[in-house]
Design a protein around this ligand. Structure first.
Ligand SMILES: Nc1ncnc2c1ncn2[C@@H]1O[C@H](COP(=O)(O)OP(=O)(O)OP(=O)(O)O)[C@@H](O)[C@H]1O
Length: 450
């Protein structure tokens, strides 16, 4: 990654936050003028060094809280490091917090000029690129509305359009691509690939495939330290291995999880080949991303979906599941009005939006419908054997309704509430594989031709 013509040099960066137990301790700290400390130190980054050459794309991987955003903010110059320094050559553009460079009171049009100026462009340079920016953002008449009226998807479109069209020398992107609909994400990816041909990009994502496919180099951060850096596939493999090991509480080796009995059924209902497959790199590893509360949704609004996650048997949320094994999908909702006979349902869709499977609570509560009072939270849990899914991206669509299967009010229908990715699979044909109870071949003897 290092090169003679480095456009970015990060040298021994550390960042320490002062953590105060109570807000008043901050005041005590000011008053005692350093004679005593009322805070505890928290090191979000420790001694990070690397160089980035022109045209390189660096992917940064790490779990929540690893220090990725802190590092990018320091590189972008919006946060001061405690020690170390950053040398930058050229104009830096950053998509860190969604639309953070926007003034919410200004219209989209005004914000394009504001952002362009912050990025170091002259008015005539912005004017020359203006049509291209508006064309890319594609938000119609909203361009003349204040940005505070925009959905997060619209803010993302405009922010991305400004950055990519004004082409900074170094572009820093933090998870921003996970916002917006799939078509827009694909458009961003196409632009980004082209942009990367002659620009430098630093890219944080939980989407390991994007890092593997887009980046020339990757860095793995863990608890503020750089664990490794190098070729994206190798870095991503180590990251995945450790992520899996943490989730499964095993030693980082690819051991099969212990067979879990199917509730109410014999353990033999797992795929007969599970133990074998789970020891190979064909184990159906599914990485689950966090719930997106701002996902596109519609509905009458009497119920709000507040959370959805996969959990283990002890109801602890997990970000890793294995196809062919038992999983539990946990959905939490808030009743905004009295709800008689709530129905919660889900679909698992592939990346083309094809519904693979789904279910709802309707039949189970047919004879004994619940009533939920306004202001009450309620949950629905679906425990099932996850089908084996081919490699690729999947989404969970959720629905919270009221009534019966035939006649109901749709209170919230949420697209892409939860995303997950299948990293490896034994399924070669079809949209999904089902756990096979038994596969048998029998020699039936010779057939005599008549
Ligand atoms: N202003 C702050 N004060 C105290 N601690 C902070 C502050 N900002 C971040 N931290 C802590 O620093 C650590 C690193 O945070 P950071 O946001 O950089 O992680 P991240 O890898 O980007 O996580 P995520 O993937 O969840 O965005 C976290 O433990 C976080 O709680």
């Amino acid at each position: 990654m290092s090169s003679e013509g480095a456009v970015l040099r990060v040298s021994h960066i550390s960042k320490c936050y002062e953590i105060y137990q109570k807000p008043v301790h901050r005041l005590y700290q000011t008053l005692c003028m350093g004679h005593r400390n009322f805070f505890r130190e928290f090191w979000a980054l420790r001694d990070i060094s690397f160089e980035v050459g022109r045209g390189e794309c660096i992917g940064i991987l790490g779990r929540n809280g690893a220090g990725k955003s802190t590092l990018l903010q320091i590189i972008a110059g919006t946060l001061q490091p405690t020690t170390g320094e950053v040398e930058r050559r050229g104009r830096i553009g950053a998509l860190l917090e969604l639309g953070s460079g926007f003034n919410p009171e200004f219209t989209g049009r005004e914000n394009v000029f504001l952002n362009g100026t912050i990025l170091g462009l002259k008015r005539r340079e912005i004017l020359a690129k203006y049509d291209e920016i508006i064309d890319f953002a594609d938000i119609g008449d909203f361009i003349d509305q204040p940005v505070k009226t925009y959905s997060s998807g619209m803010r993302m479109r405009l922010a991305f359009a400004v950055q990519i069209v004004t082409a900074p020398d170094i572009l820093i992107i933090d998870e921003a691509l996970s916002v917006g609909d799939t078509a827009f994400q694909q458009k961003c990816m196409r632009y980004l690939r082209k942009f990367m041909e002659d620009h430098t990009v630093l890219f944080v994502s939980h989407n390991i495939s994007s890092v593997k496919s887009l980046c020339s180099h990757a860095i793995y951060l863990k608890k503020g330290r750089m664990v490794t850096s190098g070729e994206p596939k190798q870095v991503a493999d180590l990251y995945l291995k450790e992520l899996y090991a943490e989730n499964q509480k095993i030693d980082g080796t690819r051991k099969a999880p212990a067979a879990k009995p199917v509730p109410g059924g014999p353990a033999k209902w797992r795929d007969m080949r599970t133990d074998f497959l789970n020891r190979t790199n064909l184990r159906n590893d599914l990485e689950v991303f966090t719930f997106k509360e701002d996902s596109r949704s519609f509905g009458a609004g009497g119920i709000k979906i507040k959370n959805v996650c996969f959990t283990d048997e002890k109801n602890k949320p997990v970000n890793w599941i294995v196809g062919g094994e038992i999983v539990k999908l946990h959905v939490e909702c808030l009743a905004k009005q009295d709800i008689h006979s709530p129905i919660v349902g889900f679909y698992v869709n592939d990346k083309l939006g094809q519904k693979l499977f789904g279910d709802n609570t309707c039949l189970t509560y047919l004879d004994n419908p619940l009533t939920i009072r306004a202001g009450e939270m309620f949950s629905a849990d679906f425990t099932f054997v996850m089908p084996l899914l081919p490699k690729g991206h999947y989404s969970v669509l959720l629905s919270a309704a009221e009534g019966t299967q035939k006649e109901n009010v749709q209170h919230e229908w949420m697209y892409e509430a939860l995303l997950f990715e299948s990293h490896a699979s034994s399924v070669a044909v079809g949209l999904a594989g089902i756990p096979m109870h038994e596969i048998k071949m029998t020699r039936l003897g010779r057939m005599e031709e008549k």
